[in-house]
Design a protein around this ligand. Structure first.
Ligand SMILES: *[C@@H]1O[C@H](CO)[C@@H](O)[C@H](O)[C@H]1NC(C)=O
Ligand SMILES: *[C@@H]1O[C@H](CO)[C@@H](O)[C@H](O)[C@H]1NC(C)=O
Ligand SMILES: *[C@@H]1O[C@H](CO)[C@@H](O)[C@H](O)[C@H]1NC(C)=O
Length: 408
């Protein structure tokens, strides 16, 4: 396996950072629009705007026409799906985490409100469709922006943000034995991260990208450590080939011995300087639809991008019949209003043809959905939903669970 220093990127990347921070200083938008009034709910969407992706790109370069862009301009033409609402999770969660093992979905952590974070795991059983269990996370474990991977029994949980608002990250790392529900500590990451791409691959736990300690700067570092049946076989993490683009909130999936990293963003909310509660403050972000694949020679390959840029999808995926299905997320902000735009489509990446398609619409747009697939049903729960069919900006943090029968 190729070893590499943790900074193998050309200096153009640094230039991008400098550009980023220049923009940051000029664009310190306050976060309150994201978190204002998280208490109102809306009915399902019906009048989505129909536009083609190619026309969007052209449109967004035209400042005169930009002024007439509807808020929903990023919505793609997609068919309706029949969604059935199931039992809601015991608590709402945004930026939580999820792992499916057999017919159980373990959902971890997450913000319940901007000032309160969950510190436990809820368990849903897809066979009898009940929330059937709850247990605590270790006190030292981060509460959001976790990196999580599983081998089918053990769940590895690395780093993340500790506490509410935009508090700092911790490097603590744990492994859960789902048979005994016992947690064990693992060697901490070399540096803490927010929402790094995390997966088990070829006997090693890989942790890539994410945001650095300031919550904003994209990290390119890629570390791995050998693990087996919940045991760590090495004393420390080793540096691997850096990821071509850093940043948090990407889907990271291993299928057929290939590791995929999909979507995500550069930049994120940061703590307001000097704020005693680390109040979240909005900063410039760029959202990507990039797809990278790590092959057996440890080289990154670039694959066809998603139908539109998509972030906040780290636990929003399922592998179904040689394809990757991704549910919801966030896309680029509105060019005029600068509001965050949520995603309300279900995407499919066909692994034999490497082509993307849009399966259909969700009941509404949601970011950081937690997804599972069982017996032909695609499930999603949790996240933060939109303000309504005509307003794709974020509002209520939810615990609702929905499912739809899939047939390709
Ligand atoms: C949207 O999808 C419907 C159904 O597939 C199709 O009939 C219609 O032409 C599409 N519209 C656009 C603008 O692509
Ligand atoms: C899920 O529920 C079904 C029906 O009650 C039960 O047979 C099954 O064992 C449960 N799954 C697990 C992993 O406990
Ligand atoms: C996946 O493939 C199996 C076997 O061909 C088929 O029975 C099943 O319906 C497929 N699943 C979906 C969601 O289409």
């Amino acid at each position: 396996m190729a070893k590499s220093s943790s900074n193998g990127r050309p200096s153009s990347v640094k230039l991008v950072f400098i550009l980023f921070f220049t923009v940051v200083v000029g664009a310190a938008l306050v976060s309150d629009l994201l978190w204002a009034s998280l208490s109102h709910s809306h009915s399902s969407s019906s009048n989505w705007v129909v536009v083609k992706q190619e026309r969007l790109v052209e449109k967004r370069r035209d400042p005169v026409r930009d002024r007439n862009l509807p808020a929903t301009f990023m919505d793609l033409n997609a068919t309706e799906l029949q969604w059935e609402e199931m039992a809601s999770a015991p608590v709402a969660r945004l930026d939580g985490a999820a792992v499916q093992i057999g017919d159980l979905l373990y959902v971890f952590a997450g913000y319940r409100t901007i000032d309160y974070v969950n510190s436990h795991v809820d368990v849903y059983n897809f066979t009898d469709n009940t929330w059937c269990g709850k247990f605590d996370m270790p006190k030292e474990m981060a509460h959001s922006h976790l990196g999580v991977a599983s081998d089918g029994r053990y769940i590895y949980v690395v780093t993340g943000q500790y506490g509410p608002q935009c508090r700092g990250p911790v490097a603590h790392t744990f492994v859960l034995d789902t048979m005994t529900r016992q947690w064990r500590r693992m060697p901490p990451l070399p540096a803490p991260r927010y929402a790094p791409a995390t997966q088990l691959w070829r006997g090693r736990l890989h942790v890539m990208g994410g945001s650095k300690e300031d919550r904003y700067e994209p990290a390119l570092e890629h570390w791995s450590i050998a693990v087996n049946d919940g045991r760590v076989l090495e004393n420390e993490w080793r540096a691997e080939i850096p990821i071509p683009r850093g940043g948090p909130h990407r889907a990271c999936i291993v299928v057929d011995d290939r590791l995929f990293v999909i979507g995500g963003q550069e930049g994120d909310f940061m703590a307001k300087p000097g704020s005693p509660i680390f109040k979240c403050s909005r900063r410039h972000e760029v959202v990507y639809g990039d797809v990278y694949m790590l092959d057996d020679k440890m080289n990154w390959k670039v694959l066809p991008p998603m139908p539109k840029p998509d972030s906040h999808i780290e636990f929003a995926w399922a592998v179904i019949n040689n394809s990757i299905v991704i549910v919801g997320g966030t896309t680029e902000k509105h060019p005029v209003t600068k509001k965050m735009i949520l995603v309300g489509e279900v995407f499919q990446f066909h692994l034999n043809t490497l082509k993307w398609s849009v399966i259909g619409k969700m009941p509404f747009r949601v970011k950081t959905t937690l997804v599972g697939f069982w017996d032909g049903w695609l499930y999603f729960t949790s996240g933060q939903r939109d303000r309504g069919p005509d307003d794709p900006s974020p509002r209520k943090v939810i615990g609702n669970m929905f499912r739809t029968k899939l047939s390709f």
